[in-house]
Design a binder for this molecule. Sequence first.
Ligand SMILES: NC(=O)C1=CN([C@@H]2O[C@H](COP(=O)(O)OP(=O)(O)OC[C@H]3O[C@@H](n4cnc5c(N)ncnc54)[C@H](O)[C@@H]3O)[C@@H](O)[C@H]2O)C=CC1
Ligand SMILES: CC(C)CC(=O)C(=O)O
Ligand SMILES: [Mg+2]
Length: 368
Amino acid sequence: MPNTAPKTYNIVLLPGDGVGPEVTAAAKAVLGVIADFYGHRFEFSEHLIGGAGIDATGDPLPPETTAACLAADGVLLGAVGGPKWDGQKRRPEEGLLGIRKAMGLFANLRPLQVSPVLAHRSPLKKEIVEGVDLIVFRELTGGVYFGEKTRTDSMASDLCIYSVEEIERVTRAAFKTALQRRGKVTSVDKANVMETSRLWREVVTRIHAEEFPQVQLEHALVDSMAMHLIRKPREYDVILTENMFGDILSDEISVLGGSIGLLPSASLGEAGPGLFEPIHGSAPDIAGQDLANPVGTILSAAMMLRHSLELEDEATSIEAAVAAVLAAGATTADLGGELGTRAAAEAIIDAIKAIHWAATHRVQMHWG
Ligand SMILES: NC(=O)C1=CN([C@@H]2O[C@H](COP(=O)(O)OP(=O)(O)OC[C@H]3O[C@@H](n4cnc5c(N)ncnc54)[C@H](O)[C@@H]3O)[C@@H](O)[C@H]2O)C=CC1
Ligand SMILES: CC(C)CC(=O)C(=O)O
Ligand SMILES: [Mg+2]
């Protein structure tokens, strides 16, 4: 049932490298079905990034890719990188860091809900992981990934810099989200050692006191947090942290949900389109074999519909279809199933059709 007037949306796809093209194609197929059912027009255009950009143009972020992303309604990315480009002058990962910076995407949201039907896939006990519902707010355009790098024959350095403003904006975003959830923020830093972390803690504490006193705030050091996240993950609601800590902790917690292939993310700025991508990388070990789990990318497409295109019903129907398919045990090999990437996407498409059919018939019965 359409919830908005038919409209054209310009969606940029950045397939990238490794499994990136496979999982992006799966999500594109799902989006095509959503467009048909809801009466929207999704205009897709594919652009180069990462190793694919290096191979074709020598640049991991060709200028036309940046221009297309800035003009898009939403951007969906697969993954970049792989051993093929090791030791080369330009690195695929530069392309991803570059587009995040160019689009001003300072907040990377990485939600994790452990499905009861998949709790047994975690190496941790079912009673520890069942019911986990948290979201990582990772600062995305600052910190050590973006600081100056130096290299001589005998030493190397990576500078970690954070400004007050960079910390404030992601902190506000995390607190606002906590108000819509269970009202708790855990801010993660390394304030016992790092000056950037001491500034981080001061700024988070001040924003909390001045603007969000109704939210419960706790601070944690990243090393013990890595332990707590596998000992008592259900205690966490919103986890707020800097760029590198968020990158590492979110891969760690993906294990709670059964597979890194399940987790989506949204990268958002103050304005303009967001960029949506699974949290995993290019998975060179399984690339090109129809083995990758497409769910993280398909759920990222749902986040794109919600956050950038403002199509909430459409996003919810994708999420409901994914939940139904996982509950039925129709999964890829990482979750113990037998489906390939394409078949897993087809199963989700069939579930969308079934959900849509049921909704349509309920409406007709009501009218009748
Ligand atoms: N956003 C991005 O584009 C990212 C790119 N990378 C790049 O990816 C390359 C490989 O990095 P890795 O450390 O191996 O991390 P990775 O996330 O690509 O793979 C780690 C493990 O998880 C598995 N895995 C990942 N995605 C999966 C999926 N959808 N379904 C089933 N299994 C999946 C892989 O097979 C591998 O065993 C590197 O070049 C790295 O820089 C890494 C992380 C993020
Ligand atoms: C630049 C990327 C490869 C960093 C990363 O691992 C991520 O964003 O998950
Ligand atoms: Mg990562």
